[in-house]
Design a binder for this molecule. Structure first.
Ligand SMILES: C[S@@+](CC[C@H](N)C(=O)[O-])C[C@H]1O[C@@H](n2cnc3c(N)ncnc32)[C@H](O)[C@@H]1O
Length: 212
């Protein structure tokens, strides 16, 4: 799992990341779930943790005032950079979420802290949630999309060091332990794919929201 900027398992996949219809569909479904569950406002300043190539970042940026888009992967961010030229609402920064405390994030606090399909790549889930909660303004919204508990065959790379999704009850408890209230977990998307075991499988993705 990623714990620092020196580890970039996404480098080799960055160039063709946006070519996958499955990923485009997932980003669209996650954005729709976000729009249903969070009252996005044009005045909002948003942090997106693990923005990757910006599949959600770009359409989301049309609905808010600004997005600070962070990711430790230089190559994923390079793809995003080519797509954001001429837009001044998206600020891109190469950093690990866990290195982004309130002390070294001048843009904080945020009206919304969002991530999609990133949490399962971070070893210390509780620390990640606490970091995100700490960057929120009072009343701000946390919104996390990620895999429900899966069979361990979702990732094509058997050596991928990831969480195999999350149990909704545990995520809810961790969100509350991070000091947030009114947690709500809904189903945002279903990913139909042939998994590493060669089996056609449906993997559900949740959207967990909560307020500070
Ligand atoms: C599966 S990709 C998802 C990218 C994008 N959110 C999307 O939906 O297309 C996971 C992303 O999380 C990033 N990531 C991994 N560990 C991270 C960390 N500790 N802090 C911030 N981002 C991280 C990876 O570099 C990668 O770009």
């Amino acid at each position: 799992m990623t714990t620092s900027c020196n580890n970039d398992p996404f480098s080799a996949r960055s160039a063709d990341w946006d070519q996958s219809p499955r990923r485009l569909r997932l980003a669209s479904d996650v954005l729709e779930a976000l729009q249903r569950q969070v009252p996005l406002k044009p005045s909002w300043n948003v942090l997106e943790a693990g923005c990757g190539t910006g599949l959600v970042t770009l359409p989301l940026s049309l609905e808010v005032n600004s997005i600070l888009a962070i990711d430790p992967s230089r190559d994923m961010l390079s793809v995003l950079e080519t797509k954001t030229r001429g837009r001044n609402t998206i600020t891109i920064r190469q950093t690990d979420l866990l290195e982004l405390g309130t002390g070294n994030c001048p843009e904080a606090p945020f009206d919304c802290v969002f991530s999609s399909m990133t949490l399962h790549h971070i070893d210390d889930t509780a620390q990640a949630l606490e970091t995100m909660a700490g960057l929120l303004a009072p009343g701000g919204w946390l919104a996390i999309a990620d895999l429900d508990s899966e069979d361990g065959f979702f990732h094509d790379d058997a050596a991928a060091d990831v969480h195999h999704g999350f149990c909704r009850e545990k995520i809810t408890a961790m969100i509350e332990n991070a000091g947030l209230h009114s947690p709500l977990v809904t189903t945002a998307a279903t990913i139909d794919k042939t998994n590493r075991a060669g089996k056609q499988q449906a993997y559900t993705v949740f959207l967990a929201t909560a307020r500070k």
